[in-house]
Design a protein around this ligand. Structure first.
Ligand code: GLN
Length: 240
């Protein structure tokens, strides 16, 4: 499975989130510490961020089908790119999925940036929702199109329904729109770091700070200016 990371808070450099941490996504691309499926994440990467110079709600992306560890151009530019809201991922492609830049998260509908860590049976995703919207035939791109079509407020319900329909699915989503960061745990790890200047959600800690907290499986996490809210996904709607 892939590893992903989200940030909502003060403006920070992309480099400080993705490249500089001792166990950040760059290191996780070849030596993840908590990955249960797959050994490394060499099948591409993507860093998406909301651009304050365009009002703070315009998503911009830099993606590649190459391993993050060798990306010297990104390494050169990342210290100069700043954002208050970021979704980044390194990819370990599921067997049978294409290795191409359009299959690398984050995906976007022009408002949200979305990463999926896991797998899902593509036959269960409604063709009507996906249409021409999916960026790739990769399951994660088709799942992103489905989630965008259903709306982000229905994310928890969409995951519960797909999880019930496909018991083998792993549905770990991370998405942001510039003012909200949302995530689900469904079959893989997610950790929260509440920093003084913002909140990090990440598949695994990017350092050994004791303040990292584990999110239980089958939960929805919502981060906004109001704080961090966790909701269990295996209980009836609205229950904690
Ligand atoms: N199934 C997705 C892909 O092939 C995500 C894989 C993953 O989480 N490693 O890209």
């Amino acid at each position: 499975m892939c590893r992903h990371l989200g940030w909502l808070g003060a403006e920070v450099t992309l480099s400080s989130l993705v490249l500089e941490p001792p166990q950040g996504l760059r290191v996780q691309s070849y030596a993840p510490r908590r990955q249960k499926h797959g050994l490394m994440n060499a099948d591409g990467w993507g860093v998406g961020f909301f651009d304050a110079s365009s009002g703070g709600d315009v998503p911009r992306r830099w993606r590649s089908s190459a391993p993050l560890w060798g990306e010297t151009s990104f390494e050169s530019v990342a210290p100069a790119l700043r954002s208050h809201c970021v979704v980044a991922a390194v990819r370990s492609a599921t067997v049978g999925m294409p290795i191409e830049v359009s299959a690398a998260a984050p995906f976007t509908d022009g408002h949200w940036l979305l990463s999926h860590n896991g797998l899902v049976d593509r036959a269960l995703l409604p063709a009507s929702a996906i249409g021409a919207r999916a960026e790739s035939v990769c399951d994660s791109a088709m799942l992103a199109a489905t989630i965008f079509d259903r709306g982000m407020d229905a994310l928890g319900d969409t995951i519960i329904e797909l999880g019930a329909a496909d018991p083998l699915a792993r549905l770990n989503i991370l998405a942001a729109n510039g003012s909200r960061l949302v995530a689900t745990t469904w079959g893989d790890t997610l950790c929260i770091l509440r920093r003084e200047d913002g909140v990090v959600l990440a598949s695994e800690p990017y350092d050994d700070d004791p303040d990292w907290e584990d999110v239980p499986d089958r939960h929805l996490v919502e981060v906004s200016a109001d704080g961090v809210k966790l909701t269990a996904l295996d209980h009836p709607k609205g229950a904690r």
